[in-house]
Design a protein around this ligand. Structure first.
Ligand code: ADP
Ligand code: MG
Length: 596
């Protein structure tokens, strides 16, 4: 009998905001598979007909303007209604959101699943067999909810998602680890259609590690199209609000065409039939983009800062994403990092090729290389006084786990609320709530209960939280991935910039809150001590205590952390001798039970 061992095929998928692609490793090389239109890139666009028909890719895109076509679903997946500013075609669904279509409302996962189904069928046609496993890439900046939702979309498309891979890691993989020496550091700069992502990676002992990552989930080529188009409309005396959907599609696609021309020409002409034309120079284009370029720069600087890497230490700056073709973007990147970026990667295909390589590694067709990723934002739980207690700091290499012991703050408390938070702010309320649960334990005196909380992040970046009541050994586990849709307001990048912007206020609030908790413990204790041993103190001591008390009480009414902290310290010092007296009194009553 002739037995042939065959490795199962796992495909690699770049599920992009504007374009998606699928690839596999064949004879050791990553190749992308072409769809029936002969293109290796499939537009991430989905159209639903009234009677349930679905079209994906270029076919769907052709209907834009005439019919409702869903695009850029990646910017909505795994996010909460309050988090997205695009409200057109988006309806609230509890905390989450749904998209409108002619066939009723659809979840972002369902829409993404249609794109994935299409890519699956492209691969099946090209490879001549059924495909059931895939590696899917997501921006490094995606939080747990977005990663989990992407995984779910894969499952809805009939794919087992064997790995969620960060895009910069995929880019570095397709650059080729063999081109990187031990401890070399690279930057992956990815500017696509709707998102911007910049990461610093390091090769250490043959292992690839993401040191830091930053980005902007709403910055990309679409913004450049829009800036160009709005400028042209204004110059041609057109009001954007007067244009209907069809006209806007025409204008925007002209904007995109002009943008592409400007990547290789000094000047381009924006032309709209029956309206007019206007010439756009590089200089004008630079002005239109200057805001965006500024935002890009601050993300790059933050990534370097977080990674604690000087631009002089960088071995390469890799540029990927369709918008990295814009000469002005390249110039800016060269200026920021102080070196010419490496343009050897294919801007549109590098991520999908990297995903294919990772898929090959997992399927056993490519030599194993270990890849490490990091957490984009800090993870923690809410503790007394509404403070954020970080368990896993931002930019921690995953997979990872971390734990801490907590206790009850109140006598006879019989449960504890565990609120899982993600973010960089000092106060719990300013961070995102990823989920929470009530952990019951046996009622006991204050500080007696022992609750261990452990956070675990698996290789896919999905977080699960385990809480254990030490007394009973009872565990409660939640997978936060699925409830992460309940994330509040702001976006990831806004969170990071706000943590810098409000660093001073936040710190002040934390110090105040900590001092307030201390004061609330101290004041009643001092009152009780005075009633017991107050008559043993001399006048000056009594006055010192009274002054310190007044100082604390006054500071509690205000919001100045320094004053309150100082007051609490004063009160602590002023009551030292009283504390000694109390202890003496207590021991006397122990040794002479009749009293003296
Ligand atoms: P995503 O990862 O967001 O799906 P891609 O990396 O595929 O996006 O990049 C798509 C973007 O690249 C689009 O905004 C497109 O207009 C832009 N793009 C493609 N080619 C060029 C070019 N020659 N000049 C400027 N922008 C380009
Ligand atoms: Mg991309």
């Amino acid at each position: 009998m002739n037995i042939e061992t065959m490795n199962e095929v796992i495909v690699g998928i770049d599920l992009g905001t504007t374009q998606s692609a699928v690839g596999v490793v064949e004879s050791g090389f990553p190749i992308l598979l072409a769809n029936e239109e002969g293109s290796r890139l499939t537009p991430s666009a989905v159209w639903y007909g009234k009677s349930g028909e679905v079209e994906v890719g270029a076919l769907a895109l052709r209907r834009q303007g005439v019919d409702h076509v869903i695009t850029s679903v990646k910017s909505l997946i795994g996010r909460r209604f309050d988090e997205v500013d695009e409200s057109e075609g988006v309806v609230r669904n509890g905390g989450g959101l749904l998209l409108e279509s002619a066939a009723g409302t659809k979840s972002p996962e369902e829409v993404s699943a249609e794109i994935l189904k299409k890519l699956k069928s492209v691969a099946e046609t090209q490879l001549g067999g059924e495909i059931s496993k895939a590696v899917i890439t997501v921006p490094a900046y995606f939080h747990d909810g977005q990663r989990a939702a992407t995984k779910k979309a894969g499952e809805m498309a009939g794919l087992e998602v064997v790995r969620i891979l960060s895009e910069p890691t995929a880019a570095a993989l397709s650059y080729g680890l063999e081109r990187l020496d031990e401890s070399s550091k690279v930057v992956v700069f990815d500017l696509g259609g709707g998102t911007f992502d910049v990461s610093v990676l390091e090769m250490r002992e043959g292992v690839f590690e993401v040191l830091a990552t930053a980005g902007d989930t709403s910055l990309g080529g679409d913004d450049f199209d829009e800036a160009l188009t709005l400028f042209a409309a204004d110059q041609l005396g057109m009001r954007w609000s007067d244009l209907d959907a069809m006209a806007r599609v025409t204008w925007l696609s002209e904007g995109r065409r002009v943008k592409h021309v400007l990547s290789s020409a000094e000047e381009a002409t924006f032309r709209v039939p029956f309206v007019g034309e206007i010439s756009v120079s590089q200089d004008r284009f630079r002005k239109l983009l200057s805001d965006h370029l500024g935002r890009m720069e601050s993300c790059c600087r933050r990534a370097l800062l977080d990674a604690q890497v000087e631009s002089g230490d960088l071995d390469s700056v890799l540029m990927v994403g369709g918008s990295s073709r814009i000469p002005m973007v390249r110039k800016k990147v060269a200026a920021i990092f102080g070196k010419e970026p490496d343009m050897t990667l294919h801007p549109d295909e590098a991520i999908a090729r990297g995903a294919a390589i990772q898929a090959g590694i997992l399927a056993g067709t490519v030599r194993e290389v270990l890849l490490l990723d990091v957490t984009p934002l800090s993870l923690g739980i809410e503790t007394m006084g509404g403070l954020m207690n970080i368990l896993i700091p931002r930019n921690t290499t995953i997979p990872c786990k971390a734990g801490e012991m907590f206790t009850n703050a109140v006598d006879f408390q019989c449960s504890m609320k565990i609120q899982v938070l993600q973010g960089e702010r000092e106060l719990a309320k300013d961070n995102w709530e990823l989920g929470g649960f009530e952990l019951p334990f046996e009622a006991s005196g204050r500080g007696q209960a022992r609750v261990g909380v452990e956070f675990r992040i698996d290789a896919d970046g999905i977080l699960s939280v385990l809480a254990r009541d030490v007394a009973t050994g009872k565990d409660t586990v939640i997978e936060v991935g699925s409830s992460a849709v309940d994330v509040t307001e702001a976006k990831v990048e806004r969170m990071v910039s706000q943590s810098v912007e409000f660093a001073f206020e936040d710190m002040n609030a934390r110090v105040f809150e900590e001092a307030r908790l201390k004061a609330n413990e101290l004041l009643p204790a001092v009152k009780m001590a005075l009633s017991q041993v107050g008559d043993l103190l001399d006048r000056s001591e009594l006055q010192e205590v009274a002054e310190a008390r007044a100082k604390v009480e006054k500071a509690l009414l205000g919001n100045q952390s320094a004053l309150l902290k100082e007051g609490v310290e004063c009160l602590d010092r002023a009551t030292e001798s009283m504390a000694t007296l109390l202890i003496e009194k207590a021991s006397r009553s122990v040794f002479s039970p009749q009293g003296d």
